[in-house]
Design a protein around this ligand. Structure first.
Ligand code: PMP
Length: 351
């Protein structure tokens, strides 16, 4: 029989938390929405015992990404507030995962959904959105998210009882993470979080989670992760150049669209190259059994770097523990050649 010699009072306490307040997944559920959240926090094994990195595995959500959380929370709150009534339509510009989360929630809330998606994003996501009953409208890749956002507003102006949740500017996005992701992390680690390192697309994940952690401990070190070529680093007055990148789901080519991003809450912006993310995506799979996608791999690179600096004494944090978020699984990107050579992945044609 396997005996865990490291088991101690703290572990017992954590287990009590988990079974007492954290998980509903030990009982039969009535809807997939009840299975959203309460995802596991798993050690990144490349981190040291002195400064462990823990990753929240968001592919455990029923729609297999972190965006199930905002799908459930934003639509429920918008119905409660009367922004839209049952039988109405939700029109959202989305790179895909949000579409899946919202389409899944819409099946349970009697709402129709239309998504405006730049063509570049993975076909897997668009297939899943359609399977969940959504209509998908594509905009040209070269016009970016900005055009998708404009087109969603144009569509909703022509409809009755329709609304654009607008994950890029709606505080309900960040509120979702302040009420779920943040508390789950604190509960799993008994509040002992030194740094939070997470990728930023809308920045809802980082802002909401950080807000909750910082409210309990103002010294938690908050790191925003973006691909090299993205522009959040300009909020730190760094002269970074805009460039194309392959990492999917994070980064921005137009800071004006990132309305949720609050530089005041962020201690540093860390850029990660496509090459480093690709290498880490392969390492995580081959060495740690983690089938995660490129934005998770970028977050892992940055989180391990932060942990290294804490270990070296170069960075002071309230607890020697780093938390990061792995937003989704690599399975959603197999058509993009994520497990092919770097050149083949990075040169893959959009679509
Ligand atoms: N990774 C992936 C794969 C995503 O789809 C997203 C959302 N665009 C993110 C990370 C970033 O999450 P957020 O929008 O909350 O910043």
């Amino acid at each position: 029989m396997w005996v865990d010699h490291k088991r101690n009072a703290k572990t017992d306490e954590r287990e009590r938390n988990r079974h007492g307040t954290m998980t509903t997944h030990t009982e039969p559920l009535q809807s997939v929405l009840e299975a959203v959240g309460e995802t596991p926090l798993v050690r990144v094994q490349a981190s040291t015992d002195e400064v462990p990195v823990f990753a929240k595995l968001e592919s455990f959500n029923p729609g297999a990404s972190i965006k199930d959380r905002i799908g459930e929370h934003m639509l429920r709150r918008m119905l409660e507030r009367g922004d839209v009534d049952p039988g109405g339509t939700v029109v959202e510009p989305t790179a895909g995962n949000t579409g899946i989360g919202m389409a899944m929630a819409a099946t349970q809330f009697d709402l129709e959904v239309v998504f405006v998606v730049p063509e570049e994003f993975s076909v897997e996501k668009q297939v899943l959105m359609r399977a969940l009953g959504a209509e998908v409208v594509n905009t040209p890749t070269e016009d970016g998210m900005k055009r998708a956002i404009e087109h969603a507003a144009e569509l909703v102006a022509e409809m009755e009882n329709a609304v654009v949740p607008q994950q890029f500017s709606n505080q309900l996005n960040a509120e979702t993470h302040a009420q779920t992701t943040g508390p789950e992390i604190r509960a799993a680690l008994d509040g002992e979080v030194g740094a939070l390192v997470a990728g930023c697309g809308t920045a809802g994940t980082l802002m909401g989670t950080a807000r909750h952690l910082v409210e309990h401990d103002p010294d938690v070190h908050v790191v925003a992760v973006e691909p090299e070529g993205s522009l959040l680093a300009r909020t730190e007055d760094r002269e970074v150049e805009q460039a194309e990148y392959t990492i999917e789901g994070i980064g921005t080519s137009n800071l004006a669209t990132n309305e949720l991003y609050d530089p005041e809450l962020v201690d540093e912006v860390r850029q990660v190259t496509d090459r480093a993310a690709h290498e880490e995506m392969h390492r995580l799979a081959g060495e740690e059994g983690q089938l995660v996608a490129s934005s998770a791999a970028a977050a892992s690179v940055a989180a391990l770097d932060v942990a290294g600096r804490i270990g070296d004494g170069a960075l002071d944090v309230p607890h020697e523990t780093v938390v990061t978020i792995f937003p989704d699984s690599s399975e959603r990107y197999l058509s993009k050649g994520v497990y092919d050579s770097f050149e083949s992945w990075a040169d893959e044609e959009p679509g």
